[in-house]
Every structure is written in C-alpha cells, then in structure tokens.
Design a protein around this ligand. Structure first.
Ligand SMILES: NC(=O)c1ccc[n+]([C@@H]2O[C@H](COP(=O)([O-])OP(=O)(O)OC[C@H]3O[C@@H](n4cnc5c(N)ncnc54)[C@H](OP(=O)(O)O)[C@@H]3O)[C@@H](O)[C@H]2O)c1
Length: 342
C-alpha cells in the first residue's frame, strides 16, 4: 500500500516547498494536505494530492487525519500547541507505530534574551548530537520551546509508538517551490526596516559580528525528503537516541550579520532603492522598533542582533547531508528582487 502522508502548512514557504519536493520525488505517496484556503492552481498542479479543509484549531480534523496517516509532516506555525497536541493524540490513537516530523527553528538556541552577545560574536555553536541534552533543557523563554517541550515529553513517554523528528532549520533563503508563499521572511523584513526605521540605510547593531546559520530552501527540502523516506521505511536513522526525538539542525553555512547587511545593501543600491550600500550602526532602541510582532516584541533583536549558530551533525551522520545550493551571499539578489516585488 502507498504510504499515507498528512501534511500541514502546504501553502507556506517551507511547507509548500516540502510538499512540492515530496510530490515530485514520490508520486506514489498518498498525500493529504490541510488547507484553510485552496490556491487557484492547486488542484491542477497537484491533481493527486487530497485536500482537507480546516485550520490549526480544527482539532478533531487534525486528530482524525493523523490517525489515518503513516507519517505526519507538520509545518506552518512552529509555536501552535493545540494543533501539535491534536496531531499527537491522533497518531497515538493508532494501533501501529507512526512517525511525526515537526517544523521548529534554530530560534530556540538564539541568545536574543541576554544583552551579553547582542551585536557581537557568541562562540557557542550548538550540535544536534552533542548538545541534545542541553537543547532538551532550554529555558521556557527560548523560541519554539513551548512546542519542543511537548515533543521531547512525547518522545520520552511514547517513543516506542510514535517516533518524532524535530526539524530545526536556521534562517532560510532562496525561492520556495510551493503553491503559496515562495519568499522567506528575513530579507523581506530587513529591507522593510532598512527603508523605514533605519532611514534608507542597511544596518547592524554593536559590531555587527553576531552570526547565524543559514540554509537554502532546496537543501532543506532535500533533507526533509531523506527524513520522510526514513519514516516511511521505519528506519532507525529517523529517530533519536534513547528518550530523545530525532533532532535535525539543517544549516549549511553561517554569516555575520554585517556581511549579510552589506551584501543586501549593495543589491539595493544596484537596483536604485537606496543610495548608500555601507551599513550604519543602530542602537537597541531602534532595533526594538523593527520587525513588529504582536506575540514577540523583541523579534528585531532576534533577527538582527542575536547569534544562532548550529551544526547539522545528525543529518550529516545519518544521510551524508551537505549543502549543494549556491551560498547566501552569492545568491541573495534573487531574494532581494522578490522582496521588492520585481
Ligand atoms: N522562514 C524561515 O526562515 C524559518 C526558519 C525556521 C523556522 N521557521 C518557522 O517555520 C514556520 C513556518 O514558516 P514559513 O516561512 O513557512 O511561514 P509561511 O510562509 O508564512 O507559511 C505558513 C503556513 O502555515 C499555514 N498556517 C499558519 N497558521 C495557520 C492556521 N492557524 N491554520 C492553518 N494553516 C495555518 C499558512 O496557511 P495560509 O496560506 O492559509 O496562511 C501557510 O501554509 C514559522 O513558525 C517560522 O517561525 C521559519
């Protein structure tokens, strides 16, 4: 029988790209997606993908669909607890073992909450193998920690029945390939803040040497493919050691913020959006006025002033994962143009 996949967030940048990669590589999979609004060309582009109408608060639908699936690939909102709980309850209600991939993010290990390294390099680089115990014990204020706590607890209590992969990408770049949003968030927000709060200048905080990991969306989706295939095969490469879920960082490179700012600046000058490519220093007060988010007022600190350094050790060990796409700084022009609507 064809493996049954239930996927959420299929119109998103990440979830849509994963959907596209799965349909393309595995037309034999029986894929169902949860959609709250179906894009116009969806059924003509993906005629074999089944659609279930609903959103992340449709707990009964989520639980029922999870119960019918062999593998659930949950994307779209890394912090939404009710949808995650509903999916887990559906998966645990099945008589046989099943698999869940949950999209988290390396915001979880960012140092945004402490002033110590804002705008400067933090030497700490997290490994998803050697630091798994530390990641499992991160404080509650860590981004995505609310859902990761649920995942670590479920893996410890029900690991024999439900195997979990926590997919933890860093900042992502490159064009998405899904049926909805095809743009990542960083470049779009950075340009919006540069052309408003920072007065038509690209910017950095402190020394600008705060450093974050990055991955191209095509490398990330290739990792997702390997992990879904491992789930379908019920392979031991899928899940983590002992009581832990399989935990997958996905970064392929890292960059200091000032280098990213300078490269975006040069691209904006080239396309006549700003006049001066050289980054200007901004204080924390300005950073805190950037990237407004109703649930996370310090999003600006996280995006522009924090470090979030990770190594995808587990993916490399299990699947020989390496980045194949062009690097961020070489390819950022495409993202800049997309953010400008050009
Ligand atoms: N992009 C990055 O660089 C990055 C890196 C690491 C982690 N993350 C995390 O990954 C998650 C997804 O990011 P993304 O860039 O793919 O976001 P996105 O492009 O905005 O996609 C969000 C997806 O989730 C769906 N969705 C959101 N809330 C929903 C709800 N209540 N009910 C049903 N569907 C809902 C959206 O559906 P509609 O189309 O109907 O709105 C869309 O399909 C976020 O939580 C983000 O923090 C992102």
């Amino acid at each position: 029988m064809a493996p049954k996949i239930f996927l959420t967030g299929g119109t998103g940048y990440i979830g849509g790209s994963i959907l596209h990669a799965l349909v393309t590589a595995h037309p034999e999979y029986d894929i169902t997606v949860l959609l709250r609004k179906t894009p116009e060309a969806f059924t003509s582009t993906y005629p074999n993908v089944k659609i279930v109408q609903g959103d992340y608060d449709s707990a009964e639908t989520l639980a029922e669909r999870a119960k019918q699936a062999d593998v659930v690939v949950h994307n779209g909102d890394s912090d939404h607890e009710p949808s995650l709980n509903a999916l887990i309850s559906g998966l645990l209600a099945k008589p046989k073992k099943s698999h869940l991939l949950h999209l988290s993010g390396t915001g979880i290990v960012s140092d945004w909450a402490s002033p110590q390294h804002l705008g400067t390099l933090n030497p700490k680089v997290y490994s998803d193998v050697d630091d798994i115990a530390a990641i499992a014990a991160l404080p509650d204020h860590a981004l995505h920690r609310n859902t990761e706590k649920i995942l670590f607890k479920t893996a410890a209590e029900h690991g024999d029945k439900l195997e979990i992969a926590v997919m933890c990408p860093p900042d992502i770049y490159g064009p998405g390939t899904g049926p909805g949003n095809t743009q990542s968030v960083f470049t779009r927000l950075f340009i919006a803040d540069a052309t408003t709060v920072a007065g038509n200048r690209v910017f950095y905080h402190g020394a600008g040497t705060n450093t974050r990991s990055w991955v191209h969306i095509s490398d990330l989706t290739s990792l997702y493919l390997r992990v879904v295939e491992a789930a379908v095969a019920d392979s031991p490469t899928f899940s983590g050691p002992g009581k832990y879920p399989g935990y997958y960082f996905a970064g392929t490179q890292e960059h200091a913020h000032i280098d990213v700012a300078r490269t975006i600046g040069a691209t904006l000058v080239k396309h006549g959006v700003i006049q001066d490519a050289e980054p200007v220093e901004v204080g924390l007060e300005e950073v805190d006025r950037m990237a407004k988010h109703p649930l996370f007022p310090k999003l600006g600190r996280y995006l522009y002033a924090s470090n979030s350094r990770t190594r995808a050790v587990r993916a490399e060990k299990m699947f020989g994962y390496v980045g194949r796409a062009e690097g961020l700084l070489e390819s950022i022009e495409g993202d800049v143009l997309a953010a400008l609507g050009k």
